[in-house]
Design a protein around this ligand. Structure first.
Ligand code: ADP
Length: 445
């Protein structure tokens, strides 16, 4: 097993990875910017190295500094967490050139799935159903108009390099297509430096349902069921649950098998998430994330499988050692993303946490690095913690979530906790009756 893992991340996910390492008897190295000197992930690590100033470009994205930190501390593997360098194929190659193991997939798989056009073509080749759309990039407006007419309006223009919901524009009719193409092209160019676009059928009322996969790269692969992440704001997930209230066992087994077979065929290594839109009983692949996801704990709660420890084992060369029939789903889990933001305007609210009292009790898990007296720096993502609640069934889970939100005290900054308290009182949420537009409609009303 690895002796020492460097965690190339910060905040709650850095702590989450440390916990997995500690239980496995592996030493941990934290890296941090000057703004994160007092962060919990630095305090709790076995060793820490300051790698640069506050700006992420010069610290958490600074590859030479991270390599130097590996050299200085003698780390033999790097866990990238999510965000930052976690889906950077070049980073994966550089680590390999330096004989440091990336706890993640092969660079080639990161690269192919990072290009959404190539990802879609790969998914299709592997027998995964995809959203009807252009066969590849659309290079001019005449072709685009022809393809859109074939698919049928409304269509969605998307960026091949897209992420975080950017570079996406809907065209409701032929009158809107030129405008959608030019806006999406400009947005993609400025956000990703790559203006390749493709066109997809715009699904009117889908749910976002994603399958967690675990694959050892030598023929062992399982799926760990799905997460329903339909509650989104600006195409960003806010509240997730596992399993989805919209699927039954037969549907889950059918698409889950397609996905795990595809991972075997691909020789995929580690954890991954295959994302679908789901409408009228049909699944449509949209993308694959080749890393651990923010919402992974809800899958851990219903399967009892520690996804980070599995990542570490697989990266070290172990076989999965179990099959699909060994994966048992029990109970229900929900995650609320607690952001340091105004719960109505979503304006970031960094600053000093004056009081902090998290909820507890049976079935309540908090993944967070904050504490009373900690100052949230303004430089990074506003996610400050995740409230994850487990229940024997969905009803118990919702009751426990309501109780936990009522106990949660964070003073000195604004958080999204009041939004979740409103959500759990909504009949549509209680009944599991929502799609990807539900939350924005609710916030608008
Ligand atoms: P990103 O990588 O930017 O997050 P995704 O392709 O994963 O982009 O899509 C993000 C969200 O955008 C989806 O969860 C869904 O809400 C919406 N979306 C994406 N493709 C479609 C589509 N074809 N029709 C309707 N909504 C879509």
């Amino acid at each position: 097993m690895f002796d020492k893992i460097l965690i190339a991340n910060r905040g709650e996910i850095a702590l989450r990875i440390q916990r997995a390492c500690r239980e496995m008897g592996i030493a941990t190295v934290a890296i941090h910017s000057t703004a994160d000197e007092n962060a919990m992930h630095v305090r709790l690590a076995d060793e820490s190295v300051c790698i640069g100033p506050p700006s992420a470009t010069h610290s958490y994205l600074n590859i030479p500094a991270i390599l130097a930190a590996c050299e200085i501390t003698g780390a033999d593997a790097v866990h990238p967490g999510y965000g930052f360098l976690s889906e950077n194929a070049r980073f994966a190659e550089i680590l390999e050139e330096h004989n440091i193991t990336l706890i993640g997939p092969k660079a080639s798989h990161i690269r192919v799935m990072g290009d959404k056009i190539a990802a879609k073509a790969t998914a299709e080749r592997l027998g995964i159903p995809v959203v009807p759309g252009s066969p590849g990039a659309v290079t001019n407006n005449i072709d685009a108009r022809k393809i859109a007419a074939e698919i049928g309006y409304p269509v969605l223009v998307k960026a091949a390099a897209g992420g975080g919901g950017r570079g996406m524009k809907v065209a409701l009719s032929e009158n809107e297509i030129d405008n959608a193409l030019s806006t999406a092209r400009a947005e993609a160019k400025s956000a990703f430096g790559d203006d390749a676009l493709y066109i997809e059928k715009y699904l009117a009322k889908p749910r976002h349902i994603e399958f967690q996969v675990l694959s050892d790269g030598k023929g062992g692969a399982v799926h760990l069921g799905e997460r329903d992440c339909s509650l989104q704001r600006r195409h960003q997930k806010v509240f997730e649950e596992a399993l989805s209230p919209a699927l039954n066992l037969a549907q889950r087994e059918k698409i889950g098998t397609v996905v795990s077979d595809a991972m075997k065929e691909l020789g995929y290594l580690g954890v991954g998430t295959v994302e679908f839109l789901y409408e009228n009983g049909e699944f449509y692949f949209i993308e694959m994330n080749t890393r651990l996801q923010v919402e992974h704990p809800i899958t851990e709660m219903i399967t009892g499988i520690d996804l980070v420890q599995e990542q570490i084992r697989i990266a070290h060369g172990a076989s999965l050692g179990y099959g699909q029939s060994d994966v048992v789903f029990a109970g229900h889990a929900i995650e609320c993303r607690i952001n340091a933001e105004n719960p109505e305007t979503f304006t970031p609210s960094p600053g000093l946490i004056e009081a902090y009292h998290p909820p507890g009790g049976l079935g309540v898990r908090i993944d967070s690095g904050v504490y009373a007296g900690y100052t949230i720096p303004p430089y990074y993502d506003s996610l400050i913690g995740k409230l994850i609640v487990f229940g024997k069934n969905r009803n118990e889970c919702l009751m426990r979530l309501r109780r936990s939100l009522g106990e949660f005290v964070i003073e000195g900054i604004e958080t999204t906790i009041p939004l979740f308290s409103r959500l759990v009182a909504e009949p549509d949420i209680v009944n599991g009756n929502y799609d990807i537009h539900w939350l924005e409609d609710f916030l608008d009303s």
